[in-house]
Design a protein around this ligand. Structure first.
Ligand SMILES: Cc1cc2nc3c(=O)[nH]c(=O)nc-3n(C[C@H](O)[C@H](O)[C@H](O)COP(=O)(O)OP(=O)(O)OC[C@H]3O[C@@H](n4cnc5c(N)ncnc54)[C@H](O)[C@@H]3O)c2cc1C
Length: 465
């Protein structure tokens, strides 16, 4: 039986942010995650909106969003993650929605959120947009930003791991029980005891199953359409076309300078209808430009930290919300405060609040590139010609603390595979590098989880594939 001071259950963005904040203290911590990698459930397009708290009606969620946004901006600077403060314009051709814009604007003022404006007539076009519909009233927030959520979650996890948090991947929590001084947590592989449990698993595992909270489930489907980089529009900001209470379209740019269009509707729309809706923002939208279409669950349940068993040493994060990434660091700080009151903990003297250096070949000057190639010639071997990603970066993504062990893990850490070839040119090369670095057979390399092997077998026993 292994003993820890604190067990964090779940390695999504919230679990990783909590691990980061708590790794500053002199306590023995483990994080248990059932998947091969942390933050595996973050949206496939790897682009997240960082909200400012002006769009949400609930005051508590608004505070969490606003605090989260400020923290994420600081964390991105610290971890050298691009924080793209592009702003967001909310438009509508439905007169009734304008009233909602005015409510959001008033809310922003009352909440002390600066940088939110009602814009009218030609001022809308001064923001530099060429939209597909004519509008004369909009809500603009300067604050809204875009980041790579995976980069943020992995940075939290890497710094936590470097400061001693034990990440136990591929272990599924199956039971949590109160014992006389703390908890017994059982996984499919081990049994643990601990003084404190922080449960970030969004479903039903809770102490003795008596603490289940049945939040009202209001999950709806959200369709995403990804466009490759060929569509050159002049829209830099995020644009949201509010159609009615249940329908909106959002357009944002992606890391690979394409577009990601999200369509939220309660009706099953045909592709033709979705294209028509998208044209309200991207007037030159065409079916031929689509590189991928996927559906995710859209949710706006309020999130909160259930501390009703805090005296026993149990905290559970509940709810699911479209801005969960934005609020993750704010939730982590709240949990840190609660733990400080309930456990006698002290800051570590040798804490290193820094992520190990990453060489991003495509962002380097010729001189910088030559310098790293002289030290490690694998940086001179380009594996992804869409986005100029080198073998050196892939090897580093595997060898780092909490390094990638799956093709998806390499893609998310390096940005490989999201170019216009959609991975067709580089997939096999990534598989070979992973097998070599992990000293494993090519046949055992997985895409993202245990049951996602990529190569079925050899046709003939050649040494090379
Ligand atoms: C379509 C869509 C778009 C989004 N866009 C945005 C956005 O633009 N901005 C924003 O701020 N947020 C956004 N979000 C929210 C955000 O992406 C996710 O909700 C968030 O990544 C989930 O984080 P989490 O850590 O709380 O939860 P999860 O990622 O669900 O974390 C829980 C973790 O627990 C693990 N787990 C589950 N069961 C067990 C078990 N029994 N034992 C061990 N581990 C277990 C899971 O594998 C998972 O890693 C979006 C969400 C969706 C669906």
């Amino acid at each position: 039986m292994m003993d820890y001071d604190v067990l964090i259950l779940g390695g999504g963005i919230i679990g990783c942010a909590v691990a980061y904040e708590l790794s500053k203290y002199n306590i023995n911590i483990a994080l248990i995650e059932k998947d091969y990698d942390v933050a595996n459930d973050i949206s496939c397009a790897n682009t997240a909106v960082i909200y400012d708290g002006s769009e949400v009606y609930d005051d508590i969620m608004s505070k969490l969003e606003n605090r989260g946004m400020n923290l994420i901006e600081k964390h991105c600077e610290k971890f050298k993650i691009t924080y793209n403060k592009v702003g967001a314009l909310r438009i509508s051709s439905n007169q009734a929605r304008y009233n909602m814009f005015n409510v959001m604007y008033k809310n922003a003022i009352e909440r002390g959120i600066d940088g939110v404006h009602i814009v009218e007539d030609s001022a809308i076009y001064d923001i530099g947009l060429k939209l597909g519909i004519n509008i004369n009233n909009a809500l603009y927030s300067e604050n809204i930003a875009l980041i790579s959520p995976y980069n943020l979650a992995v940075s939290y996890a890497e710094v936590a791991a470097d400061n001693g948090v034990n990440f136990r991947l591929e272990e599924e929590v199956i039971d949590i029980k109160n014992i006389s001084k703390g908890f017994k947590v059982t996984t499919n592989k081990n049994k643990f005891t601990c003084k404190f449990v922080i449960n970030t698993i969004p479903n039903e595992i809770s102490i003795d199953k008596r603490n289940q909270i049945h939040s009202e489930i209001r999950n709806k489907k959200m369709k995403y359409i990804l466009l490759n980089e060929k569509l050159r529009n002049n829209i830099n900001s995020i644009v949201i076309n509010d159609i009615d209470d249940d329908t909106f379209i959002i357009n944002m740019s992606t890391l690979s300078k394409g577009n990601l269009i999200g369509i939220k509707s309660n009706n099953d729309l045909s592709l033709k209808e979705e294209l028509e809706l998208s044209k309200s923002i991207l007037h030159d939208m065409k079916k031929e430009l689509i590189t991928n279409i996927f559906t995710e669950t859209y949710s706006k349940d309020s999130m909160f930290i259930d501390d009703s068993n805090l005296n026993d040493g149990y905290i559970k994060v509940t709810g699911n919300h479209y801005a969960k990434i934005t609020i993750a660091p704010a939730i982590a700080l709240d949990i840190e405060e609660k733990l400080k009151i309930n456990m006698n903990i002290a800051k570590k003297r040798d804490y290193i609040d820094k992520k190990r250096e990453v060489h991003v070949f495509r962002n380097m000057s010729k001189e910088q590139r030559n310098k790293v190639i002289a030290l490690d010639k694998r940086y001179g071997n380009i594996i992804c010609s869409c986005n100029n990603i080198s073998e050196g970066e892939i090897v580093d993504s595997i060898r780092r603390p909490l390094g990638a062990r799956t093709v998806e893990g390499v893609k998310r850490r390096t940005g490989i595979g999201i170019g216009s070839c959609n991975g067709s040119y580089c997939n096999m090369k990534i598989i070979k590098i992973l097998a070599r670095e992990m000293n494993n057979s090519l046949l055992n390399v997985v895409d993202d989880s245990m049951d996602s092997k990529i190569l079925v077998g050899r046709i003939k026993e050649f040494n090379e594939i």
